[in-house]
Design a protein around this ligand. Structure first.
Ligand SMILES: [Zn+2]
Length: 308
């Protein structure tokens, strides 16, 4: 890879240094790790994206699992045009590390046409299963439910919690009423492209720090104020780690306390204002779903052992 040559004034980050940073963050052999990442944040990474992936695999060890979002966003456009999702060919739109990861030998990508997850590890195929094109975008019986039940650590390598897909999983599991349906297409060998309808986590949220609206971010602040976001540094790169079950619990509790908790409160944001109105109207249904979720320690208590 040429990445290591592009900025010669920065110190070269080796695989061993990055693996050690993951360990300081709290990643241990045997862990299930979901990683959101920015290669640029590392400056000069020895081996580029592959080097960063190697380091994460070293940290989780041969018994552990590494997962990444490899979202392809294969929605059908307004004019009907679409690049149908093909797990073997559709590029990942969530960064060079993830695009490189999905092409690694042994990596298994899930079947969802917009929000696929790619896994490596002894049970990668099982990790990536249960994510069919017409099913939930963040189905509890697919990768998102599996990594929560397995007590995954969510790592942000030079990324912020604005990239935290698991917030959207909670939105889907609570059936929040501001998530629209959207058509997608899937390409399967020897067959004409098939159309499905999926839940699309579009629109605005308060946790998109880079939205340009410069809004406060109550959900990330709630996690941080409880001491649930662990940092580590490597040169100028900041790594963050949060337990998946902490995200589920804190976000669910916030939604039950204040309907539309993930939406912003800016007067000019019509999406969030309307979304909150709908959340208030269906708050009893949300409450039933939320209390059922909170009643399962394997979904919301990191001190509870990993479960399948
Ligand atoms: Zn908004």
């Amino acid at each position: 890879m040429s990445d290591a040559l592009s900025t010669p004034d920065l110190p070269l980050v080796t695989r061993a240094q990055l693996a050690e940073a993951f360990s300081r963050l709290g990643v241990a052999p045997g862990d299930v790790v979901l990683m959101h990442s920015s290669l640029k944040s590392l400056g000069r990474m020895d081996g580029g994206a592959d080097g960063a992936i190697d380091a994460a695999l070293i940290a989780v060890g041969p018994a552990g699992h590494l997962l990444m979002p490899t979202h392809s966003y294969c929605y059908v456009n307004n004019d009907g045009s679409c690049a149908p999702y093909d797990p073997a060919a559709s590029p990942s739109r969530t960064g060079l590390i993830t695009e490189t990861f999905r092409n690694r030998p042994g990596a298994v990508r899930s079947g969802h046409p917009t929000h696929s997850v790619t896994a490596m590890g002894p049970r990668a195929a099982w990790m990536a299963s249960g994510h069919a094109p017409g099913g939930g975008t963040f189905s509890q019986s697919g990768p998102h439910g599996r990594y929560v039940r397995l007590n995954a650590k969510i790592v942000f390598l030079g990324a912020t919690l604005a990239a935290n897909t698991t917030y959207h999983a909670v939105e889907e599991w609570l059936a929040l009423p501001y998530l629209p349906d959207a058509p997608v297409q899937v390409a399967r060998p020897g067959r004409a492209p098939e159309t499905f309808v999926v839940n699309r986590p579009s629109g605005h949220r308060s946790f998109y720090r880079n939205s340009g609206l410069n809004l406060p971010n109550p959900v990330t602040e709630a996690l941080a104020s409880r001491g649930l976001i662990r940092p580590a540094e490597l040169n100028d790169c900041v790594l963050l780690m949060v337990m998946a079950r902490d995200v589920i619990r804190v976000t669910t509790e916030m939604e039950l306390e204040s309907p539309g908790a993930l939406l912003c409160r800016q007067d000019s944001c019509a999406f969030c204002e309307l979304g909150r109105h709908h959340c208030v109207r269906q708050r009893e249904a949300t409450r039933r779903l939320g209390l059922a979720l909170l009643a399962h320690p394997e979904m919301c208590d990191p001190s509870h052992p990993a479960a399948e």
